[in-house]
Structures are given as C-alpha cells and as structure tokens.
Design a protein around this ligand. Structure first.
Ligand code: SAM
Length: 213
C-alpha cells in the first residue's frame, strides 16, 4: 500500500505533469511494482525522480525517461519489440504490457538471470531474454516492429536498422558517453527518418557496434 501511493504520485507529478499522456503507457506504469526491480537497499527510493543502481555498475532509468521512450514507440498491443539492455527487467515488463512479444538482450549474465526470475514471478510469459551483444540485434527473430535501446550509443548500430521492419520505429540515445540525444528512427522502405527527442544521459552501450570495453 505504501508503494501504491508513491507510484500514483510519481505518475502524476513526474510523468503526466511533464506531458506524457498515452493512456496505455500511464496504465502500465501505474500497474508495475517498480520497487520489486531494485536491490532491497534502494527499494525505498524506487518512486523518486532519478535513475538508481541495480548492481554491476548499471542503472534502472529515471521513471520519466522510461515513460518518454515507451510513448515514443507508439505501441498498439500487436507489435514484436526488441529491447537492448534488459537491466533490471522493469522496462521489459512495461513493454510486455503494451506489445505482443518482447525480445530483450542483456550483456551481463547476472542481470539477465535476475530479470528472468522476477518477470517469471510476476507472470510475464511474453518476454524472451538472451545474454549477448545487443548491438548485433537478434537476427533469427527479425524483423521487429519496434526496437528500444536503453544504453547510450556512439551511433545507431547498423544491424538494428537492418532488423527494423517496414514502418518500424527505433528509439535510441545517441551521443558521447556524457550526453546523448534521444533519437527516433522510422523506416519507410529504404529510407530512415531521424527525429530528436531531447537530451539524456545513459550508461554506455558496449559491443561490436557500440563503445569498446
Ligand atoms: N532497461 C533497463 C531497466 O529497466 O532496468 C535499464 C537498462 S541500463 C540503463 C542499460 C543496460 O544495458 C545495462 O544493464 C547494460 O548491461 C546493458 N548493455 C550495455 N551494452 C549492451 C549490449 N551491447 N547488449 C546488451 N545489453 C547491453
């Protein structure tokens, strides 16, 4: 109950007040127990207006950032979505509420394992998680209707563009390691339209088509 009240306040003051209005996105954020995706020591801060540590030098994104990125995908419930950077599994759960299938890739095996266990416990049976380098995408399951990258990239990884279906959308923070522009790419045939959705700061996307480790 304590957490439900905090979650409602978070949605109203951090997310709706800043302009996110897609009812399905707001419903998913209202439903999912964000505190469960955090280490016990940080559960009390789960509904604060900031990113938080999830171990292995990684973070769960600020609630508003999750809301903006999710809204930018424009989900209808019928999509197959590829997520790069499973992390805690929180964003995967949001996507699982709003799409048909979620394919999520995480490079750190321990994070992938704990996300899998929690998503199973919460009953999400439309999320597939794989350990690996997400900058290469998930070729055997392509094309995807939507792709979301939740780590900062030096450029849009070419394999992700190739694995985006016709009319598909890809949302990814692109820039240097300190600041990135949230970028939405829409595929129209062989054309890729780019839009900028503001400045953010993410942990690095590490991999063949990302930053070197
Ligand atoms: N979406 C996550 C959540 O809701 O908790 C937060 C993701 S965190 C900001 C970024 C994640 O991307 C980290 O867990 C990191 O290990 C992962 N990552 C970085 N480079 C990656 C890559 N090439 N492939 C897959 N995951 C990667």
């Amino acid at each position: 109950m304590k957490y439900e009240g905090r979650r409602e306040k978070m949605v109203r003051t951090q997310i709706e007040a800043r302009g996110v209005s897609d009812p399905a996105v707001l419903r998913a954020i209202r439903k999912i127990p964000r505190h469960r995706f955090l280490p016990e020591a940080f559960q009390d801060q789960a509904y604060d207006d900031c990113p938080l540590p999830i171990g292995h030098k990684q973070t769960i994104s600020q609630p508003y950032t999750v809301a903006v990125m999710t809204e930018a995908l424009g989900l209808t419930g019928r999509e197959r979505v590829l997520e790069i950077g499973t992390g805690s599994g929180y964003q995967s759960a949001i996507l699982a509420e709003l799409a048909e299938w979620v394919y999520s890739i995480e490079r750190i095996p321990e994070l992938a394992k704990s996300a899998r266990e929690l998503l199973d416990e919460l009953g999400y049976d439309n999320v597939a998680i794989r350990v690996g380098d997400g900058t290469r995408g998930w070729k055997s399951e392509a094309p995807f209707d939507r792709i979301m990258v939740t780590a900062g990239a030096p450029k849009v990884p070419e394999p992700l563009l190739q694995q985006l279906g016709e009319g598909g959308r890809l949302v990814i923070p692109v820039g240097d390691p300190y600041t990135q522009t949230m970028t939405r790419v829409t595929r129209r045939g062989s054309e890729f339209q780019h839009e900028s959705l503001g400045a953010y700061r993410f942990v690095e996307l590490i991999g063949e088509y990302g930053w070197d480790k």
